[in-house]
Design a binder for this molecule. Sequence first.
Ligand code: ATP
Ligand code: MG
Length: 473
Amino acid sequence: MDLIFSRKNMEVLLDYIAEGVQIIDSRGRIIYYNRAASELEDIKQEDTIGRHILEVYPSLSPETSTLLQAIRTGMPSFQVQQTFINYKGKKITTVNTSLPIKANNKIIGAIEVSKNITDVRELSERLVDLQERLLHKESGPKQKRVKDSAGYTFIDIIGQSQEMLILKGLAMKASQTPSPILIYGETGTGKELFVQAIHNASPRRDKPFIAQNCAALPGTLLEGILFGTVKGSFTGADDRAGLFELAHGGTLFLDEINAMPMELQAKLLRVLQDGNIRRVGDIKTRNVDVRIIAASNTDPRAAVEGRQLRRDLYYRLNAVELRIPELKERKGDIPLLIQYFIDKFNDRLGKNIRGIASDAQSSLQQYAWPGNVRELEHVIEGAMNLMDGQIIQIENLPPYLRRIDQSSGKYGKSEKTVSLKRALEDYEQEMIRSCFEACEGNVSRAAEELDIPRQTLQYKLKKYGLTKCTGRI
Ligand SMILES: Nc1ncnc2c1ncn2[C@@H]1O[C@H](COP(=O)(O)OP(=O)(O)OP(=O)(O)O)[C@@H](O)[C@H]1O
Ligand SMILES: [Mg+2]
């Protein structure tokens, strides 16, 4: 065991991890510096050993160095963001975990693990700057640009199932109030679509719409991005407005809210309660008027139980709670969605696809769609990219969706297990399709041929997504 944990082995191991690791003795002298740390600072390992930490990091002080703090206080600190200028003048941001090392109740040194987040920070700040510039364009173009960032409206949300109709009604009502909204639904169900539609139907539609994914940034950065920062604070930040200030008068969409660190959730709750934000490192507060829409791709009650979402924040957010059903819960919408995506990609790919073959469609109808509408959209896009004819055939679908048993030509489930209802529907669909095509898309004639009322035929054409097969109904 001792052999395995020998100093040499540990040093080799520490040289292979991506985080910087530094160890100092009780007087602040560097006694260990791993390879990632030396790459991060652009300094040779041997040039650091034996030197005082402030000698190597001249922009830090005994108060701002997290390692020296650990020695002075004897307390560990976790995930603390630190920004400093390295000896070459480059601004570097790290997230550090620092632990004092004790022996016989005496502090003999400290160890620190640092993750370099300079690039992430620069990128996210650049995004905020861009957003700001976009929002401050002169009035004419501004209105358009701002709207562009939230392009979807309720018209773009396809779905006629009972659940979707109710949901759209609720969302429409909620769009008229300033209360926070919590939207949840599995991946690909259309959360972003709803959020944008709500903003665009709200009295705030000409004001900014800003979206931030809470899982995309480390918590320490997220705080600065949301609330802004002031210069001179020990984090080494500049004077910068946060997204709350930029979204003033408009809507701020916080996606994957359950990924936001708990302490930050507490700060968010305070903003929701009193409408005031405080930039990181600032003493004064600023009033903002921002409508918050939060989204979660897990059930928020489970997130509360699992301690990913603060209970008090949940109760504040769920004044309006909208759950978007999974696609498998509303399979009746599949034909409509298929047709919608065919139209969309006809435009985009410059194609003229007219519909989908019935066996291909029933295959799509049977599938469970774990990726929901997004997965369906990609399947249609993929099929349309590769095909030559005008009707999507089962061969154009990805292999996992080809439910045909090649040897018998029947559904892979074996014929016996196909319910009578399904078999009749398939038969009906095929009959309607061929008659409708033979009548060149003339509904009245096809209805006469089939001996059913015109309205019934129209309903069935919609149900089976056959409306576009022949161009008109
Ligand atoms: N009801 C719908 N009608 C038309 N298109 C839809 C619908 N629902 C989703 N889509 C499309 O599916 C894709 C995924 O939707 P969206 O990005 O809103 O999902 P999401 O719920 O935010 O997913 P995630 O949790 O993975 O972020 C988008 O291209 C969107 O346009
Ligand atoms: Mg989303």
